[in-house]
Design a protein around this ligand. Structure first.
Ligand SMILES: Cc1cc2nc3c(=O)[nH]c(=O)nc-3n(C[C@H](O)[C@H](O)[C@H](O)COP(=O)(O)OP(=O)(O)OC[C@H]3O[C@@H](n4cnc5c(N)ncnc54)[C@H](O)[C@@H]3O)c2cc1C
Length: 427
């Protein structure tokens, strides 16, 4: 590894980092979805895209976790669209209802004390676990209700905890209670409207046990890397992972430092190529607004590689992505301190990340974890494999698969143990 180049977004100056080891820690890729729980402009696949461009492999990009309960923008305003309604609301007894009012509901008898009307639909999807079933199951159930026309007029379903005492809600769910109160909803009296939102990308960069990619000296940690959470992360495990694997990578890097000095001339030669591209990107005087193309990309992924996927949709998504990519060659960009320059950089990373998601999701012709194919709804034991996405010798993406190894003994023992979930530590 020789180092990295970047732009100081305050001054527009380029920065060249002469470094023997580079650690990518730029988050994941769920910000590429139309509805997502991250802050705006984060998780746009920067880390995975940079690793791919450096020659490292990505894996599991099709596994995208959709949190069942995001706020509904049409009800609470665009700024809130997709933001999380914590899992704790369901953990504390919150119940999900669709908006279909039956004859019994209309007469005030929905069968649920204090219920807002509508059907408590999780009975049809998961009669034992109900609202507390795994995220993918609850998210799919909600998406199904909305798709089949039983959602609210704002495109959500109802999450209701008004059967609990006000004191209980205030004490156990203070942030949610306050947030909705500010938006004019009293959770002790009325339900809130929710629908699924892209929340966590299980995929990312392939790393070894030290966090190193297959490019010597290039490491990845946190949501940028893949492999820790399988096909479906358990809530709460990401922050534990960032700390644990951050420490592992840090120790491994400390052991190899000081490394023999890199060749600064080679770095500067290579950097020149990147800086030329970045220079061409800033002040580009084409016709397409980078922010608008990013929004289109988000809609594309939401529609074509969302909670429910199939081959036709994924193929159509790849075609549309190709058209977006051609339009992205004709950008209108300001100088290197402008927001449009940031959007243009994110668009570049996002186009690559979206391609990896669509192609990997198309490749996996089964349903597993967070990846659900309506044309292949069952889990296929033959697909106990990881899909890898890497650059071939002429610079095009190539997909390969490798078998998933059996868990180590300690991991298997942990899987077999009868752990309980505390919903106040999850997200
Ligand atoms: C609303 C919400 C609630 C969550 N709650 C929980 C929870 O309770 N428990 C849990 O375990 N997990 C939770 N998660 C998931 C968890 O927060 C993330 O997976 C975790 O923060 C990822 O950490 P990270 O360091 O890899 O990436 P991030 O925390 O995303 O940090 C990446 C950083 O890199 C910067 N960056 C990105 N691109 C570039 C670039 N090109 N150049 C320079 N810098 C860049 C970003 O600005 C950011 O500061 C939650 C996620 C969300 C969105």
């Amino acid at each position: 590894m020789l180092g990295a180049v970047g732009t100081d977004l305050d001054t527009g100056e380029f920065v060249v980092f002469d470094a023997d080891v580079v650690v990518l820690a730029a988050g994941g890729y769920t910000g590429l979805y139309g509805r997502h729980s991250s802050r705006d402009d984060e998780n746009t696949a920067d880390g995975p895209a940079l690793a791919y461009q450096a020659g490292a492999a990505l894996t599991d990009m099709e596994f995208v976790q959709f949190h069942p309960t995001g706020m509904v923008g049409d009800r609470y305003g665009d700024d809130w669209d997709g933001r999380l309604v914590t899992e704790a609301v369901r953990g504390e007894g919150g119940r999900l209802f669709n908006a279909e009012v039956s004859a019994s509901d209309a007469s005030g008898d929905s069968g649920e004390p204090g219920a807002p009307g509508g059907e408590r639909f999780m009975e049809r999807y998961s009669p034992d676990q109900m609202e507390l079933d795994a995220r993918d199951i609850v998210a799919r159930a909600i998406a199904g209700e909305i798709d089949e026309g039983r959602g609210t007029e704002h495109g959500g379903v109802l999450l209701d905890i008004s059967h609990r005492d006000r004191d209980f809600i205030e004490e156990r769910l203070p942030r949610m209670y306050e947030r909705f109160a500010e938006l004019g909803v009293d959770m002790a009296e009325a339900p809130v409207e929710v629908s699924p939102t892209a929340h966590y990308g299980m995929g990312g960069v392939v790393v070894d046990d030290d966090g190193e990619t297959d490019v010597d000296g290039l490491y990845a940690i946190g949501e940028t890397m893949a492999g820790v959470h399988g096909a479906n992360r358990l809530g709460g495990n990401s922050l534990a992972e960032t700390i644990a694997y951050g420490a592992v990578a840090g120790e491994a890097i400390a052991e190899r430092l000081p490394a023999p000095g890199g060749d600064s001339d080679v770095l500067h030669d290579r950097a020149r190529v990147h800086l030329r591209d970045l220079r061409a990107l800033s002040n580009a005087d084409g016709d397409e607004e980078p922010e608008a193309l990013l929004d289109e990309l988000r809609e594309l992924l939401w529609e074509r590689a969302g909670i429910l996927r199939d081959d036709d949709g994924l193929a159509a998504g790849l075609d549309r992505l190709e058209r977006l990519r051609s339009r992205a060659a004709d950008l209108a960009v300001g100088d290197r301190t402008s927001r449009s320059y940031e959007f243009a950089l994110n668009l570049g990373f996002g186009l690559l990340g979206a391609d990896a998601v669509l192609r990997s999701a198309r490749e996996r012709t089964e349903s597993r974890g967070a990846h659900y194919r309506t044309d292949h709804p069952d889990r296929d034991p033959g697909w106990r494999r990881n899909v890898h996405y890497r650059r071939d010798s002429v610079g095009s993406p190539r997909l390969t698969t490798t078998p998933v190894e059996d868990p180590s003994e300690p991991v298997q023992a942990a899987l077999d143990a009868d752990h309980e979930l505390d919903y106040h530590q999850l997200e």
